[in-house]
Ligand binder design. Structure first.
Ligand code: TXD
Length: 311
């Protein structure tokens, strides 16, 4: 059995474990600093396995030693947003948590592939990769699958068409400047702009950009977790099954899209080595301008990080 360790057993971490257990993909370790909580959630989930008929070992722990020999490590540890907070407001608190989680777990799982979820996402993925000194194929940030799924859900609500027929691509940084690529999005092969009126499409794009904030505003005590964790589970599955699945993820840019030394949301091919390939779309001038604006916002947060942490 493969092994996946999830650091941070809060809303996204525990729900990721739930989605993963349903897939019977790997044994799972949940690690959190809160005593008893990861153990309790792991035991509760273990007791659900006979009901859903899945043979998965789920263990809770407060120490990183339990993660030994993991194939994948998913980092969700950190603070979530509160109403009125931007993702960047989380920077200093989460940098400390993610940096430690990354370097400590690597000692026990030197071959692991890392999926980072903690916000501000692009910058936390950058921090983890730099701190661990890993090649870029082994550190992947989750954002684009979620942002694209939100857009797909909104298109499904608008058109009444099955979500399975709807492909949307939201790239760029995981912030309000994210880039929903309407030209590359379609409903069963029909370009989105031919299926949805311009004003409706604008509204969908706007709602997608603010999708995270919409949930934070409703929940008041935390941020979204079902869809983000489903995205993490999809990434882990694509990696362990070597699917070569192309999905938007945050990846370290090494010249692609004219960007270097930063994480950014682009289409990547996920397989057993993590990022097998980065796909470069041809962008028109309007899309390029949106990309540049989003990249500027991510670079600013990267710069803020570099003032806080020696990388
Ligand atoms: O798309 C995305 N990338 C995101 C990101 C979507 C949703 C949530 N996103 C971010 O993930 C969010 O902004 C936060 O930064 C993280 C975690 O969100 P979650 O909703 O899971 O937060 P919780 O429920 O507060 O859980 C965080 C847990 C909590 O149980 C803490 O006790 C734990 O992290 N924590 C730690 N665990 C292990 N090790 C350390 N050091 C640690 N510090 C806190």
């Amino acid at each position: 059995m493969n092994k996946i360790s999830i650091i941070g057993a809060g809303m996204t971490g525990a729900t990721t474990a739930h989605w993963l257990a349903e897939r019977e993909l790997a044994d799972i370790v949940l690690v959190d600093v809160v005593e008893g909580m990861p153990q309790g959630k792991a035991l509760d989930m273990t007791e659900a396995m006979p009901i859903i008929g899945k043979d998965v070992n789920i263990l809770g722990a407060n120490d990183y030693a339990a993660t030994k020999g993991s194939d994948i490590i998913i980092i969700t540890a950190g603070l979530p947003r509160k109403p009125g907070m931007s993702r960047d407001d989380l920077l200093s608190a989460n940098a400390e948590i993610v940096g430690t989680a990354a370097t400590e777990t690597l000692k026990h799982s030197p071959d692991a592939i890392y999926i980072i979820l903690t916000n501000p996402l692009d910058t936390m993925a950058y921090l983890a990769m730099k701190k661990m000194g890993l090649p870029r194929n082994r550190v992947i940030g989750q954002a684009g699958i979620l942002d694209s799924a939100r857009m797909r859900a909104f298109v499904a609500m608008e058109t009444g068409v099955s979500v399975e027929n709807i492909d949307c691509y939201v790239l760029g940084g995981h912030g309000d400047e994210m880039v929903p690529l309407t030209r590359h999005s379609n409903v069963a092969g029909v370009p989105l702009k031919d299926y949805v009126s311009p004003s409706k499409l604008d509204a969908i794009v706007e709602r997608t950009r603010k999708g995270g904030g919409e949930i934070v505003g409703l929940l008041k005590t935390g941020s979204a977790f079902y869809a983000p964790s489903a995205a993490c589970a999809q990434m882990a599955e694509a990696i362990l099954k070597n699917k070569n699945l192309i999905v938007p993820c945050a990846a370290h840019m090494e010249g692609e899209y004219g960007l270097t030394d930063m994480f950014f949301g682009v289409p990547v091919m996920l397989g057993r080595n993590g990022i097998e390939k980065i796909i470069e779309y041809s962008l028109d001038d309007g899309e390029k301008a949106m990309f540049d604006k989003s990249a500027e916002a991510v670079k600013e947060t990267h710069e803020a990080l570099k003032k806080l942490v020696q990388l």
